[in-house]
Design a protein around this ligand. Sequence first.
Ligand code: ARG
Length: 465
Amino acid sequence: MTNSLNNKNEAWSGRFAEPVSELVQRYTASVGFDQRLAEVDIQGSLAHAEMLCHVGLLSTEDFQAIEKGMATILEDIRSGRFEWSVALEDVHLNIEKRLTDLVGDAGKRLHTARSRNDQVATDIRLWLRAEIDVIRLELKALRLALVSQAEAHADTIMPGFTHLQVAQPISFGHHMLAYEAMFARDDERLADARRRVNRLPLGAAALAGTSYPIDRERVAKTLGFEALCENSLDAVSDRDFAIEFTAACALIMTHISRLSEELILWMTSRYGFIKLPDRFCTGSSIMPQKKNPDVPELARGKTGRVNGHLVALLTLMKGQPLAYNKDNQEDKEPLFDTVDTVRDTLKAFADMVAGIEPQVDAMRAAVLEGYATATDLADYLVKKGLPFRDAHEAVALAVRQAVEKGCSLENLSLAELQSFHPLIEDDIYMVLRPEGALEARDHVGGTAPNQVRLQAAKLKKLLSA
Ligand code: ARG
């Protein structure tokens, strides 16, 4: 980064009598991070110039000069040759200055009927729209990995928990599809937020619109925006679209964090429910026996970072009077970091979820130890006419006996079980086996392997379309 002007105020005009201090120059500059918007900035400028030419505010020669200059600039930026200057404050002024150096007066005419206020709002929207599309693809890859696990493990039985206590047996595939359902809603939220991102602010100029005969619909069409921002004050000032997007990302990370927490627990020797491929784990420098689930732990930690960005953006907005304020320059770093964090996390998770190896025996043993079919025993008695509360009490006594004997419910003899209630017959053993408990829950949303397979097939079709 250079300082091509001696001082930033030279970028403005004769209006300024004294230079800003070096600190103020550094404090107010955004080019260190907003150069990330360079390509969309050029894209927006070209659409604006084309419109100016179309309505007769710019000659064809000037427009062609601008196109040529921008092509050079784009090449220089892509190859890393472009010299960014802190004195030129931001990405917009850097590119405009270089354009003017390259093509002279045509470059100076580009900013007709435009302000950096509507320019930057347009850039962020263009950039974010593309990022949303990438994130949605990455979400899809993760959802497909979950669906594949569900397909492969519809019949794998694990304990389902409430209060982190063993509750009822469930299909491991069903558990995977619970996360798919969360990420499916996340995808809906992103798709919905995209509709409000995809509106054109350009034409709002500094805040009030412009006295030139511009054609905003034309620019919107060139840039692929679905609609115009219909109030110029709002167009340049609100960043609610970025907040909404970040809120959707905070929820994605929250879901990732819940999954992470489970993977971390399942990997401990106390659970032993899964193995994770070594490429997602690291060892300890001091304890040779350790294999730590670093990726899920970091993802759980990075959730705090994205939640923080959401709060930062909300706070950034809340005190701003209409219209544009420089506060808004602070929208970029939280937004960029949210995108980077979510993209990397989703990518790592799609790969990691595909690599989960459920430890079938350990899961089944935990089901048996946890008396997870006690509810099924109660339901059995209810179906034979006993009121549920009485059935609950009879089963509680049976569980107590099993605990005392140190065995599972299905290891109690028929005579022992009948001592808790005479309605119990030997068809009870079907019910007490975890397989029976799963199969019995055969309705939409239930954990029966049959339902898990149906759901997985439906989702696979949807996601592969
Ligand atoms: N760098 C500025 C931003 O990110 C661009 C808009 C500046 N506008 C202004 N009037 N100073 O918000």
